[in-house]
Design a protein around this ligand. Structure first.
Ligand SMILES: [Zn+2]
Length: 353
């Protein structure tokens, strides 16, 4: 027997709260049952989850036919919990996704074809419910808010201040295109979707929400042994790295080479280059955990040069060139090149294969 889920059998296009024998209904629950569930799931009776309940209910009643659907919320606040309470879609099973556009809107859609409905709060219709209007636009402080009046209005309004539109989801949201291969990231050695590139998104620089004990916060601080000296105190110091001056229309090159000792006459030019500070090293480079950019470039060049390739032995400005040792056909390890180029702070430019 072809069993249709309960929501397909309900009245369509009704913005008024749907009622059944239990009174006002949200999904399979009475309004009061739903509010109880919100309490235990969300931690409190949040007005946003109550409003979200009516929105999800409206979307469910207008869903196109189809057995499976996915959800997208356009806000992180409250609304995702209404989806998780009323549908099988959760963040954990991947059927609910949040695209944080900051709008109070939810879309439910048939997951294979992408046909769906989007329900949103329509501020133009909020006039009839001043307490909801004030809450929605955060016009009242928590103390000024009359929570009982607000909840009464929410209960009475149902989804009447909501807009609804038919939408077609783009292909990246439909199930057929979602599955992808997983691989091991060569940097962190954890698994990640291959579609993200040669290395995982965290190693591409998106993992800035934590540091580990061994990493500490060095990235944001000065390198050990490095000291920033204001330009006016820099006379007599040795330049630590090549400094480039770019003159439009002319070839750029190092204006100051490493180990150049700064003379009073250099200050004006350094100022023109926009330098306010000079880096100097208090301890010898041997004692530092840091590697000079030229040494790093040389190490990369050594590792990258394959058969028939040679490289500049004395990199400058943190750059080494890879050169053909003989005539032949250039073959690039594209995966390796892509992985290298997604690491922040380094770049390898190459000719095509
Ligand atoms: Zn990684």
């Amino acid at each position: 027997m072809d069993v249709q889920p309960w929501y397909f059998m309900m009245e369509k296009h009704t913005h008024k709260a749907f009622t059944n024998e239990k009174g006002i209904a949200i999904g399979p629950y009475s309004y009061d049952e739903y509010v109880e569930r919100v309490k235990s799931f969300h931690g409190a009776v949040a007005p946003g989850v109550a409003i979200g309940g009516f929105m999800v209910d409206l979307a469910l009643r207008n869903l196109p036919k189809g057995e499976f659907f996915d959800a997208v919320c356009e806000t992180r606040a409250c609304l995702p919990d209404a989806v998780q309470l009323l549908t099988p879609c959760t963040i954990g099973n991947g059927w609910l996704r949040i695209i944080n556009l900051g709008r109070y809107a939810v879309t439910l859609y048939e997951k294979f074809g992408g046909e769906g409905v989007r329900v949103f709060v329509d501020p133009g219709k909020l006039e009839a419910w001043p307490e909801i209007d004030a809450w929605f636009f955060k016009r009242k402080s928590k103390e000024e808010q009359d929570i009982d009046l607000l909840m009464t209005e929410i209960r009475e309004a149902g989804a009447r201040y909501c807009g609804i539109q038919k939408v077609q989801l783009t292909s990246r949201f439909t199930r057929a295109e979602r599955r992808g291969d997983f691989s091991i990231c060569p940097i962190c050695m954890e698994s990640y979707p291959v579609a993200d590139g040669g290395i995982c998104r965290a190693c591409q620089g998106d993992a800035n929400y934590y540091v580990t004990e061994s990493e500490d916060l060095r990235k944001d601080t000065e390198a050990p042994g490095l000291k920033k000296v204001p330009l006016e105190e820099a006379v007599g110091l040795k330049v630590l790295h090549d400094m480039t001056q770019i003159v439009p229309g002319q070839e750029k090159g190092p204006a100051f080479k490493r180990d150049h000792r700064i003379s009073p006459g250099d200050l004006c030019r350094l100022q023109q280059m926009g330098r306010k500070n000079i880096y100097t090293m208090e301890t010898g480079p041997e004692e530092s955990e840091w590697v000079h950019e030229d040494r790093a470039a040389l190490a990369f060049a050594k590792a990258m040069a394959g058969e028939g390739i040679t490289f500049t032995e004395t990199p400058a400005e943190g750059k080494a060139d890879l050169l053909a040792e003989r005539d032949g056909l250039l073959v690039v390890d594209e995966k390796g090149l892509e992985a290298f180029n997604t690491v922040s702070g380094v770049m390898c430019a190459s000719r095509h294969n």
